[in-house]
Design a protein around this ligand. Structure first.
Ligand code: UFG
Length: 326
C-alpha cells in the first residue's frame, strides 16, 4: 500500500511512536490522536499530532468526515497491572468503554481496518509454554480483562458489521529506536529493563529483584522481550494483510526466546560495563514464572520476522536511549 493515510491513536506513546516513525519512513501520511496523558509530543517524529481524547464521539465524527483513512491503529490505554487491581474502573473506562466508542464510530463511518494493541496478559497464568493463540484466555487482573473484553467486542463487531481487525498480543515490549531518538519513558516506570538501566545511572534506587524461588533454572521469572521496532513492523504487516483481503484474528508477538530476570541483569551489566545496583525482594503478586510466545501464526500469516532477537542488542538500544533522553 503506497502513500496511504493512517490514523494512529496513542501515537505519542512508547510503541505507538515507533509505529508512526515506521509509517513515515514508508512515506505514508499519518494523523496521530493522543491526549498526552502518558505520551510525549516530542516522541512524534512526523505526521500531524492532534491533542485530544479519542473517546470523544463528536470529535471522532468530525475526524472521519475530514479524512479517508486506509486503516486505524489503536494503542491508547492504561497499562499498569497493579493499578488496575486497585482502580479497575479506570481500566474498564479507558481501555474497554472508550474503545467501544471508537468501534461504534468506525462502524458508523465505515472506517477500517483496525489493528489493536492487546497483551499477553489475556492468557493469565500459563498452562504451557511457549504460548500459542489456542491457549485458553484467563486474564487474572482487570488490565488483562479490559483488553480481553475489547478482543471480544472486536470479534462481535466483525461478525455483525464486517469490521475487519487484528488484535496483537504483545509479550514484553523492550528496546528503543536504534538511533536513540525515541524510546521507553513511562511515569511511573514499572518495566524491568528501564528500571535496571536507571538503577545503573543512579536516576532511580537500586533494582528490587522480585522473587528468586520460581520454578525456573535460576529461580527468577522468564519473559519474552520483543524489540519495539519489531512490534512496529508487525503492525504494518498486519494492516497490509487486512487491506489485501486477509481475515480478522488475534496474533501473539514475541521472540519465542525466554530470558530470566537474572539474565537481563547480567546482560545489562555486559552492555553498560557497570554492575546493576540491586536488592532481593519477595515475589511481586500476579507474576507468572514463565511467559514465552509462540508467534508462528504471525510469521506464517503475514510474514512477520523479528529483526532483533538478541537480548544484548535490545538492551544496547534501550541504554543508548537512556543516555540520550533528557
Ligand atoms: N521485575 C523485577 N523488578 C522490577 C520490575 C520487574 O524483578 O522492579 C521483574 C518482574 O517481577 C517480572 C519481570 O521483571 O518477573 C518483568 O517485569 P515487567 O514489569 O517488566 O513486565 P511484566 O512481564 O510484568 O509485564 C508485561 C507487560 C504488561 C503485561 C504483562 C503480561 O509490561 O503490560 O507483561 O503478563 F500485562
Amino acid at each position: 500500500m503506497k502513500n496511504a493515510t493512517f490514523l494512529v491513536i496513542g501515537g505519542a506513546g512508547y510503541i505507538g511512536s515507533h509505529l508512526v516513525k515506521a509509517l513515515i519512513e514508508q512515506h505514508h501520511r499519518v494523523i496521530i490522536v493522543d491526549n498526552l496523558s502518558a505520551g510525549k509530543a516530542t516522541a512524534v517524529l512526523g505526521g500531524e499530532l492532534i491533542v485530544h481524547d479519542f473517546e470523544d464521539r463528536a470529535f471522532l465524527d468530525q475526524l472521519f468526515q475530514q479524512h479517508q483513512f486506509s486503516g486505524v491503529f489503536h494503542f491508547a490505554s492504561q497499562i499498569v497491572v497493579s493499578e488496575s487491581v486497585k482502580d479497575p474502573g479506570k481500566y474498564y473506562r479507558a481501555n474497554t468503554a472508550a474503545t467501544l466508542t471508537l468501534l461504534e464510530a468506525l462502524r458508523d463511518h465505515q472506517v477500517g481496518p483496525l489493528v489493536f494493541s492487546s497483551t499477553a496478559a489475556v492468557y493469565g497464568e500459563p498452562l504451557y509454554t511457549p504460548i500459542n493463540e489456542q491457549h485458553p484466555t484467563n486474564a487474572v487482573n482487570p488490565y488483562g480483562r479490559s483488553k480481553l473484553m475489547v478482543e471480544q467486542m472486536l470479534a462481535d463487531f466483525a461478525s455483525a458489521h464486517q469490521q475487519k481487525y487484528i488484535a496483537l498480543r504483545y509479550f514484553n515490549a523492550a528496546g528503543a529506536d536504534p538511533q536513540a531518538r525515541i524510546g521507553e519513558q513511562h511515569d511511573p516506570e514499572t518495566h524491568l529493563i528501564p528500571l535496571v538501566l536507571q538503577a545503573i545511572t543512579g536516576k532511580r534506587p537500586p533494582l528490587q529483584l522480585f522473587g528468586q524461588d520460581y520454578d525456573t533454572p535460576d529461580g527468577t521469572c522468564i519473559r519474552d522481550y520483543i524489540h519495539v521496532e519489531d512490534l512496529a513492523s508487525a503492525h504494518i504487516l498486519a494492516m497490509n494483510y487486512l487491506n489485501n483481503g486477509g481475515e480478522s484474528g488475534v496474533f501473539n508477538l514475541g521472540n519465542g526466546l525466554g530470558y530470566s530476570v537474572n539474565e537481563v541483569v547480567q546482560t545489562a551489566s555486559k552492555v553498560t560495563g557497570e554492575e546493576v545496583p540491586r536488592t532481593y525482594a519477595p515475589r511481586r503478586a500476579g507474576d507468572p514464572a514463565r511467559l514465552v510466545a509462540d508467534a508462528t501464526l504471525a510469521k506464517n500469516t503475514f510474514g512477520w520476522q523479528p529483526q532483533y532477537s538478541d537480548l544484548a542488542e535490545i538492551i544496547q538500544h534501550a541504554w543508548a536511549w537512556e543516555l540520550a533522553k533528557n
